[in-house]
Ligand binder design. Sequence first.
Ligand SMILES: *Cc1c(COP(=O)(O)O)cnc(C)c1O
Length: 362
Amino acid sequence: MAQLIVDIKKLKHNIQFLVQYCNKLGLKITGILKGPGLDATIIHEMMSNGIDNVGFSNLPMENNYDEIFHKKPVFISLPSIYEISNIIKYFGTSFHSEISVIERINEELITQNRSHNIVLMVDTGDLREGVLPENVVDIVKKIHEIKNFKLNFSGIGSNMGCCAGMLPNEDNLNILNELAVQIEMKLGLEVKTVSIGGSVMLEWLEKNRLPDKINQIRLGEAIFLGNIPTINKKHIDLHDDVLIFKSDVLETNEKKVDSLKICGKDAFGCTPKFAYTGMRKRAIMNFGISDTYPEGLQPLIDGLDIVCVNSNYTIIDFTNSHEQLKPGDFVEFKMNYMSMLQGFISPFTKIVYKQPADSING
Ligand SMILES: *Cc1c(COP(=O)(O)O)cnc(C)c1O
C-alpha cells in the first residue's frame, strides 16, 4: 500500500512564500509539474495562491483539460516535431531552440487557426537546450521572417543547474538580460518574457540583484521539496515535508547477512553491497522501484536504513533503531526529486491529499 501524501497546508505555505518572495523581485512564477502532472488539486493550489501559470515537460494524455486549466499551460520541454499538433492545441506557450520546429509550429497554427506564444531558449552555459548567445538576435530575426507569420514571439529563457550543473552568476544572467535588450534595440521587438529556472536560482537571489529584464522564474523542486537542487540545500523558509511517502511492513525477521556467501547479482544485475553483516533485523516493505525511487527516500525515524531494493520490495535494516517493526506497521519517508517523480507517475502509488481540516483531528 504505497501512498504519496500531499500535505496541502504545507504546500500552500511553500507556494505563498515563493510567490511573495519572487513577486517582490519582479518575477512571476511558472510552477513546474514534472511529477504531479495533471494533478487538479495541486494545480488548483498553485493557481489560487498566486502562481502565474503552470508548466509541463510531458504531453498529458487526457483530454479534459478545460476543467483543470483556466489559462493554457506552458510546455517547457522542446516539442517533438511529431507532437506539434497537440502542443498548440493544449498549451499557450512552448519553449524552443530549433527554427525548423518553430516553422512547423507556425504552419500548424495556420491549419488549426490558433494563436501560440514561443520562448526561445538560450544556452548560457548549462549545455542543455538552447541556441548559443551569439546567434540569438539573428535567430529571432529569422523567426520573424517566417512566411505567413502567425505565432507570437514572447521572449527568451534559459535553464541552469540541470546538465552541466552550472550555477547562476552575474555573467550568465547578464547574457540573458543583454540579449533581451539587443533584441529590442536591434530588431525593435518587444521582449515580454525573460525566463529563468529552476529552483537553483533561489540561492543566488538571496544575495544578488537580478538584472532588470528578467521577469519570470520557473520553479518545481523548491515548491514540492523545499530544496535547492544542484547545491542540494534545504531552503530555510520552506517545508521539506510537503510530500511524504508511506507504506507498510510485510515481513520482519532477523537474518544472517554473510557477504562471503553471497556472490551473485541482485534482481537488477548489480553486485549487492552490504553495509552491515551478521545478525540483522530486516523488514520487507510493501513497495519497490515500481512505486517510487526507493533509494531517494529518507525514513522519518532514526536508525532505519534502506539496504536492498527490488521491483516490488524495499528492505529496511532496523537493527539500529529503537522502533520494533512488525507486519502492518507504517513507515514514513521524506522524498527526493527522483522519488517524487516516480511516486507521482507510478500507477501503484496512491496520491492522498492531507487537507488542512484533517490535521485538526490529528
Ligand atoms: C525541470 C525544469 C524546471 C524546474 O526545475 P526545478 O529545479 O524543479 O525547479 C524549470 N525549467 C525547465 C526548462 C525545466 O526542465
